[in-house]
Each structure stands twice: as structure tokens, then as C-alpha cells.
Write a protein that binds this ligand. Structure first.
Ligand code: SAM
Length: 318
């Protein structure tokens, strides 16, 4: 058993089956044995997955050009600060250096108490713990985690209320449980400016495409169904429920300015100079590398990922 598995097993021993969000919280964020905190580096070629933030310099240049346009719109001048929430390896630090950049992640970094500017998050919300429900006999029921053989397995819990989607037998889905508090923490110090969130996810209309839910494990660049295997040693992720995120942001007083596919956002951000700035290079070899990065962003991530941009007006936090 991994150290995280031992911790989870002990908790189940004490309290009985636990919510999946608790399993995910220990597996990913336990300070001693969680995947993101226990010292191994999950990102990039040697790790388990890539994010757009590793596609430097192209993603950084495009994102920086976009942030510049938001800064111009604000007319904020010297007061402008950019806080990246869920910054991981802080790979955006160089691209965002001109914006008084602060990186925040679990257990490290803190935003200024008050600031004007931008809060930026790439692939943060897909990494937040979720609960899991399954439909049976016309009702949604919580699926908890119990012990099974040497490891863990699903245990059906009580019926739950509050889901609009019809409970078609056999359907699974996730329920975000940390979304609102995370959004609140991200925006609490933002006096005036914008919130930019980039992530993969679905809207209610697209939910039909995921009858088994969207929960996945990642290890060595492979998506796996075995979400209970090796807790603490593989990534766990669920697609972002965009409708819930958009309504949580609205409830906090954020005004949605734009919600579009990542491809649309990239194309609009690059169209002013036909990507000349993003692709600027000193050699043909470098030019080829940068063109490949742009293609990966557009083709591999362009339609699965979306970008939401909200405006926060001064004094408008609920
Ligand atoms: C999939 S990684 C993305 C990292 C980086 N943004 C990138 O694009 O490479 C998710 C990151 O969000 C962080 N995270 C999760 N929950 C968080 C929270 N409540 N506050 C701040 N960071 C969080 C994780 O520790 C992890 O570094």
C-alpha cells in the first residue's frame, strides 16, 4: 500500500466509507503523502501529464498579450498585479513577469491582501476534489469509497437531492464540492479587474456525452480508469462542470465577459499580428518548435478546453 492508501484505509476503518472528495483530497493534497505535495514532480515529459503552461514560450506569450489587453482596458497603470491560482511549477512566471506576478498554490504563495489586476488559473478547477453520484431506480445516490480486497471500491450511499439532470439508471457524474470556496478565495482580494479561467469541461448540454462521468487517473501520460489504484502516486481529475462554475461566479458578483473555446480564444488573441509575436524566433529549428507548440495548443486542446473571463467591478463581491 502507498502511504496515502494507508491513511485512507485508516480513515475508512474509523468512520466507515468516505465521500470520494475526501479520498481525492488525501490522494492529491495530503501534506505528507499527497500527489501534488509529497515531492514528486507530476508535470512534463518525465511526469504524468502536460498542461498548456509547459508549452513555453508560445502559451506564455499569447496569455501575456491577452493580459496586456485586459490591463489596457482597465487603464490600471502601475497598480496592476497578476495572481496565478494553482500555479503548479510557476511556468508562467517568465511570461507574466511584467505584471507584478504572484504564484499561489496549496500551502505556498499568498495573494496581496488587496490588489487590482487579473486572477489567472489554468487547469486548477479540474484538480479540485469532487463527490461522485450514480443513478439507480430513478434516484441519484452518493457513491462513497470503502475497502475492497486489498484496496478500495465504491459503496452506494444515500439518495441525494438537488440535481436537475434526469436520473437515468447507470449514469455516473461528479459533483464539485470545492468550487465556490476556491473561487471566493481567488477573488476575495481583487478590488477591480478580471478573472481568467482556462480548463477542460462540459456544459449541461454536453453532459449526455459522459454517461460514465469524467473522473480519470493520469500516470505516465496515460489516462486510466483505475482511479483507486496507487493513491498519492497518480493524478486524479474530473472535467469542470462549467454551468456550476459560471453560476457560482455570478453569485459572487463577477460579470461574465466572455466564455469561448480555447481555440477561439487563441485565434482571437493571436489574430492582431497573425501570431508573429508568439512565434518570434531566432532560428529555423526554434521556429519549427514554436509552430509545433501552437499546433498542439490549437488542435489537441482547442476544442476540449474553454476560457471564461469575468470582470470584477470595484466593491462588487458578495
Ligand atoms: C493540474 S495542476 C495545473 C498547474 C498549472 N496551472 C499548469 O497549468 O501547469 C493543478 C494545480 O492546482 C493546484 N491546486 C489545487 N487546489 C488548489 C487550491 N485550492 N488553491 C491553490 N492551488 C490549488 C494543485 O496543487 C496543482 O498545482
Amino acid at each position: 500500500m502507498t502511504p496515502a492508501a494507508r491513511k485512507i484505509a485508516a480513515e475508512i476503518e474509523r468512520h466507515g466509507p468516505i465521500p470520494f472528495s475526501r479520498f481525492m483530497e488525501i490522494a492529491l493534497y495530503d501534506p505528507e503523502c499527497g500527489y501534488y505535495l509529497a515531492g514528486c514532480d507530476p508535470f512534463g515529459k518525465e511526469g504524468d501529464f502536460y498542461t498548456a503552461s509547459q508549452l513555453q514560450p508560445v502559451f506564455g506569450r499569447i496569455a501575456a498579450a491577452f493580459v496586456r489587453s485586459l490591463r489596457d482596458e482597465m487603464g490600471a497603470g502601475a497598480e496592476f498585479t497578476l495572481v496565478e491560482w494553482g500555479a503548479g511549477r510557476s511556468e508562467m512566471a517568465e511570461a507574466f513577469a511584467e505584471f507584478n506576478y504572484t504564484a499561489v498554490d496549496v500551502g505556498r504563495g499568498a495573494p496581496p491582501a488587496e490588489f487590482s489586476g487579473v486572477v489567472f488559473a489554468n487547469e486548477l478547477f479540474d484538480a479540485l476534489p469532487v463527490d461522485v453520484v450514480r443513478a439507480r431506480d430513478g434516484r441519484w445516490r452518493e457513491m462513497r469509497v470503502g475497502r475492497k480486497d486489498e484496496g478500495f471500491g465504491w459503496v452506494e450511499g444515500d439518495p441525494i437531492a438537488g440535481l436537475d439532470e434526469p436520473a437515468e439508471d447507470g449514469r455516473w457524474r461528479e459533483r464539485p464540492v470545492r468550487m465556490e470556496e476556491t473561487l471566493l478565495a481567488m477573488t476575495a482580494g481583487l478590488r477591480r479587474g478580471f478573472v481568467v479561467v482556462i480548463d477542460y469541461g462540459y456544459t449541461a448540454r454536453e453532459l449526455a456525452r459522459f454517461p460514465q462521468g469524467t473522473l480519470m487517473a493520469y500516470r505516465r501520460h496515460q489516462a486510466l480508469d483505475e482511479i483507486f489504484a496507487q493513491p498519492g502516486e497518480q493524478d486524479l481529475t474530473a472535467h469542470v462542470d462549467w454551468d456550476t462554475l459560471l453560476s457560482a461566479a455570478g453569485a459572487l458578483g463577477l460579470d461574465l465577459v466572455r466564455f469561448e473555446s480555447f481555440a477561439q480564444w487563441l485565434l482571437r488573441s493571436g489574430e492582431q499580428d497573425q501570431f508573429a509575436g508568439a512565434l518570434q524566433s531566432e532560428s529555423e529549428v526554434e521556429a519549427t518548435r514554436l509552430r509545433r507548440q501552437l499546433t498542439t495548443l490549437l488542435v489537441s486542446m482547442g476544442e476540449t478546453f474553454r476560457v471564461a473571463v469575468w470582470r470584477k467591478a470595484a466593491g462588487k463581491q458578495k
